[in-house]
Write a new protein. Sequence first.
Length: 67
Amino acid sequence: MMLKKRHEGKVNPQHTATVRATISFPHELYATLEEIAKQKKVSLAWVVRDAAEQYLAQKWPLFPKEG
């Protein structure tokens, strides 16, 4: 996975540090994520971030989601 810093020196209202990641998904999983994004009227990136945050909250409750 390739990571690249984004918005270096700028403040993102949602996150203070943002990185861009390139990720490969199996076709069926990608299609499902796109459908979820379409139904919720959000970006595919939002769906993936939300899923990652939920996964971390379930696996590592010692790291609560900051609000």
